[in-house]
Design a protein around this ligand. Structure first.
Ligand code: 4AD
Length: 502
């Protein structure tokens, strides 16, 4: 009797017969034995197929199966330290469900455009699979954190009547003749719910018509937003710190092998301890224009140039070895793969070398009053080995709902959390303006229609209390933890400003 099981459970079945169902990851015939790697969504397993065991006809059929053929294999689970997962399957029976030829995505490097066009298939590849598993853990960790800490989940609407984050990035929809827009944030509704439940959170898709093609922007992304009644800046910062720290700990615990496969910097993640750094916006502005930043940027440029030289040398050596000839097929393939990798790395380095002086110039010219741009955030974040809170931004650069600092009226009680390693902002949050007259004045200043904000203003009339919250972007958090440069890889079907593929 053999049990149906999945690859992640195989350790329990050592010495027993099982059936696995999955897809062919890759196939290496070698004389009378074939080494077939099967994936089933939970992992990879090496399956050893001997001609003498399964018969000549089936053996030949399997030999010609292409990548992503679907099949079920039955056999004995045995320990094998060289195999992924430490076990392998000695196969006794094979059932082929769908033989596949010419699967378009092969283990060689493909351009990102090609992969996104084929995202319906690309999701099966190792990298999107690892990222998808990490995303799953991040989302579970988010829910657990809030559920375990006395927060009530409140689902805020996707069709909304008022703008939270500026009218420039609204997606308008025709709602039976009434113009509404897709949610840019659940925050304003959540503030109302916080006055009922005390501590609340919402978690859902968020839409921004951002005319931004950067690696940090999607037009549809997932954001989790907690909102708390009777909280101040200090309370918010420590909530955000505990929250982000708990997410990292969960991924380190549950997804170590995915992080290893992605070559994420596990040591750097482990080194992230509380407290995170804290800077005021004014201090961050001073850092950007300081000699320290100028020297830091110059040193970075030197490092990029050095890495470029090393890679160019490696490329020249491989080309020379190839030209000399006499290499075995596997050596030629290995060289071809490495050359592709090097060319990709060189492209990235050239972009960094080109951008470095531009970013250094932007930082040197930074003036108090501007919002921090993407490159400013990258610089501040690169200069710190743990996440950094930047607090108290200029009032005029930020959203209307943020509470004006009562001691320095030019700034608001807000913060952004910049992730480490140059990743940049993953959280934006603030204490909310709880004074009716000040909030109304800001609504007028922004040119919004106060009538539309009537219900929001009501919250400042009936039992107004100090309150605040923040929003964390899921894709940015996953990208940062997984060491992935572009957030488009961190959602199954990305929506980008310039392209929606499928
Ligand atoms: O800083 P933001 O705009 O804050 C808000 O929306 C507040 N209403 C949140 C609150 O206080 N309840 O966005 C919060 C986070 C950002 O730090 C970022 O991680 C993510 O949402 N985000 C995006 N992620 C991907 N693509 C975009 N276009 C994003 N815009 C924001």
């Amino acid at each position: 009797m053999q049990a149906k099981t999945s690859i992640d459970q195989l350790q329990v079945f050592i010495g027993k017969n099982v059936t696995l169902s999955g897809w062919l990851y890759h196939n290496r015939p070698s004389g009378k034995v074939q080494f077939l790697v099967l994936r089933d969504g939970t992992g990879l397993c090496q399956c050893v197929i001997e001609k003498d065991t399964i018969g000549e006809e089936l053996f030949e059929q399997i030999k010609h199966l292409g990548q992503e053929s679907s099949l079920s294999v039955t056999g004995l689970v045995r320990e094998e330290s060289r195999s992924p997962g430490g076990v392998e399957l000695a196969v006794t029976a094979v059932e082929i469900h769908c033989g596949t030829m010419d699967y378009p995505i092969t283990p060689k490097e493909h351009g990102i455009d090609f992969l996104l066009k084929n995202r319906h298939l690309h999701l099966r590849s190792l990298k999107p699979w690892c990222i998808g598993r990490i995303r799953h853990t991040v989302i579970d960790a988010i829910r657990r954190f809030f559920n375990d800490n006395g927060f009530t989940l409140v689902d805020t609407p996707i069709f909304t009547t008022i703008a939270g984050e500026g009218e420039q990035t609204l997606f308008e929809v025709d709602y039976f003749g009434q113009p509404l827009h897709l949610a840019q944030t659940g925050q304003l509704y959540l503030e109302s719910a916080a006055m009922s439940f005390g501590k609340v959170y919402c978690f859902g898709p968020t839409f921004r018509a951002e005319k931004s093609k950067t690696r940090r922007h999607l037009t549809e992304f997932w954001m989790v937003e907690p909102e708390v009644a009777y909280i101040d800046m200090e309370g918010l910062l420590s909530l955000a710190e505990d929250f982000v720290h708990s997410i990292i700990q969960r991924v380190l615990k549950d997804n170590r092998s995915e992080l290893e496969t992605l070559e994420a910097d596990i040591a750097a993640l482990e080194a992230i301890q509380k407290p995170f750094y804290r800077l005021t916006y004014t201090e961050a502005a001073d850092i950007l224009t300081s000699d320290r930043t100028r020297e830091f940027m110059a040193k970075q440029l030197d490092e990029f140039e050095g890495e470029k030289k090393t890679l160019e040398q490696e490329l020249a050596n491989i080309e020379a070895a190839d030209a000399k000839g006499g290499l075995k097929k596997w050596q030629q393939d290995k060289n071809a793969r490495r050359m592709l990798e090097i060319r990709g790395e060189l492209d990235e380095l050239n972009t960094k070398i080109e951008n470095n002086p531009k970013h250094a110039k932007l930082a040197a010219e930074f003036r108090w009053g501007k919002d921090l741009g993407g490159s400013d955030e990258t610089i501040i974040s690169l200069m710190h080995d743990r996440p950094v809170f930047v607090t108290h931004y200029p009032r005029d650069a930020k959203a209307f709902y943020m509470k004006q600092d009562r001691e320095n009226g030019n700034v608001v009680e807000n913060f952004d959390l910049l992730a480490s390693a140059g990743f940049g902002e993953i959280i934006g949050g603030s204490v909310r303006e709880d004074d009716h007259e000040r909030l109304l004045a800001r609504i007028h200043e922004e040119g919004y229609n106060p009538e539309q904000y009537q219900w929001y203003l009501d919250l400042r009339k009936y039992g107004s209390v100090p309150h605040g919250g923040f929003g964390l972007g899921v894709e940015r958090t996953v990208a940062w933890i997984a060491g992935e440069k572009h957030i488009r890889q961190c959602i199954a079907f990305p929506r980008l400003m310039d392209k929606v593929y499928l």
